[in-house]
Ligand binder design. Structure first.
Ligand code: NAD
Length: 418
């Protein structure tokens, strides 16, 4: 077992632990925990792909469907060398929680393929994307399980996937996948939806903490799809983005960074710090002075080792799983307001839902309409979680899990599954 697989096993276990705590606090029995602690279905597939050198390479992929009591399952597909079955399972549970908090008519799903897109040609990526869809085509569909982009997959990959699925089914099926290019039935606002949703959560958290937005100091860990848009939006809104990082290092300037300039220099994998000499180590960025810390990179970044040193008053988790359970306890005790991943990063799945609704009705909304609807669902989710956190005196993560799990537990019970 590799170190990454072990991390993912831990990630799954801690998710299961919070799920069981949430169900217990809501008054459900062990049978419900038993049902919801694992996905209902997990499929492993092997995908043969003809590489540019003429040889065939066989990739391993997964698709997990956590719970479909509320409706079809929904969730992204990631292409990454560290993908594992445990990770896909944990992420599918998180998707269920996000859908529950936002009150979407979905359960959670997730997919992934073990590969390194940075080392593959455009043609190889297309053949892999199509091969993955052929492998899972019986398992997914517009009323069954709807994929979307995730780490290192994008709208071009969604375009190949929807084309492959439509060919297999022999009719146009835009509702099979979300995150498509606009011309193929994508939605306005989808590309920036996660970051927009995080910004909306930052605004709500600032109100709770009575901190003015103007010149509020923000640190963003990760400068990829989520992190770079977020830094841009916060910069444009008048906040001071004092720190950013990518996989190679971090930049920190208490006077504020020139975000538009950094965006111009960034490559398509979210790397920019290699162009600077005055970088600091990634770990050091998280403990620099700021008002708002936004982890927007990878899992397990705020742990019991650094939680006591964090200087932010607010942590908003754009990434999935950046804070461990122990670190959640430490920062909560220190009075830091933590907006957990399953709430803060739900913007992507919410606008994916809007894309699917528009595909189903064949009528498309303007960007303003999409953003207004996103705002309604995100802020409603925030207040449900924040109020429960105060009412039940539980941390924000447990409150979010309680809000997120309730609907699917009740739907499972109505269906007679438990
Ligand atoms: P991405 O691959 O576009 O970007 C990731 C960024 O993190 C890159 O800048 C990379 O260099 C950086 N990074 C990697 N390791 C790092 C480290 N150790 N320290 C600092 N930076 C590091 O990915 P993304 O789509 O922006 O997703 C980021 C996180 O947000 C993931 O956890 C993802 O699951 C979550 N998320 C993304 C979306 C979305 O719509 N993009 C939606 C929900 C959740």
């Amino acid at each position: 077992m590799t170190a990454k697989t072990t991390d993912h096993a831990t990630l799954l276990q801690s998710t299961q632990l919070v799920i069981s705590q949430a169900l217990h606090r809501l008054g459900f029995g062990d049978d419900m925990t038993d049902l919801l602690r694992e996905p209902l279905r997990t499929l492993t597939v092997r995908i043969p792909v003809r590489m540019d050198n003429g040889k065939v390479k066989v990739f391993t992929g997964y698709r997990a469907q956590h719970n479909d009591a509320v409706g079809p399952t929904k969730g992204g597909v990631r292409f990454h060398p560290d993908v594992s079955e445990e990770e896909v399972k944990a992420l599918s549970i998180w998707m269920s929680l996000k859908c529950g908090i936002a009150d979407l008519p979905y359960g959670g799903g997730k997919g992934g393929v073990i590969c390194d897109p940075r080392k593959m040609s455009f043609g190889e990526l297309e053949r892999l994307s199509r091969g993955y869809v052929r492998a899972i085509s019986q398992f997914v569909g517009p009323t069954k399980d709807i994929p979307a982009p995730d780490v290192m997959t994008n709208s071009q990959i969604m375009a190949w996937m929807v084309d492959e699925y439509s060919r297999i089914r022999e009719f146009d099926s835009p509702g099979f996948i979300t995150g498509k290019p606009l011309v193929l039935g994508g939605s306005h606002g989808r590309e920036t939806a996660t970051a927009q949703g995080v910004v909306m959560m930052i605004y709500e958290a600032l109100k709770v903490k009575s901190i003015p937005l103007k010149d509020a100091r923000v640190i963003v860990q990760g400068f990829g799809n989520a992190g770079s848009y977020l830094a841009k939006f916060m910069y444009e809104a008048g906040a001071k983005v004092v720190g950013i990082s990518d996989v190679n290092g971090a930049l920190y300037d208490p006077n504020g960074l020139d975000i538009p300039d950094l965006l111009d220099r960034r490559d398509s994998f979210g790397t920019v710090t290699t162009m600077f000499k005055n970088t600091i180590p990634n770990e050091d960025l998280l403990i620099q002075p700021c008002d708002i810390l936004v982890p927007a990179a990878i899992e397990n970044q705020i742990t019991e080792d650094n939680a006591g040193q964090i200087q932010a008053q607010i942590i908003v988790e754009a990434a999935n799983g950046p804070t461990t359970i122990e670190a959640t306890r430490i920062v909560t005790e220190r009075g830091i307001l933590l907006v957990p991943d399953v709430l803060a990063s739900a913007g992507g799945v919410i606008v994916s839902y809007f894309e699917w609704v528009q595909n189903n009705q064949g009528y498309y909304w303007s960007e303003e309409e999409v953003m207004q609807k996103l705002q309604t669902l995100m802020t409603r989710g925030f207040h449900k979680v924040f109020e429960l956190h105060q009412l039940k005196q539980v941390d924000m993560r447990l409150a979010a899990y309680m809000v997120g799990v309730r609907k699917m537990a009740e739907a499972s019970r109505y269906r007679g599954w438990v």
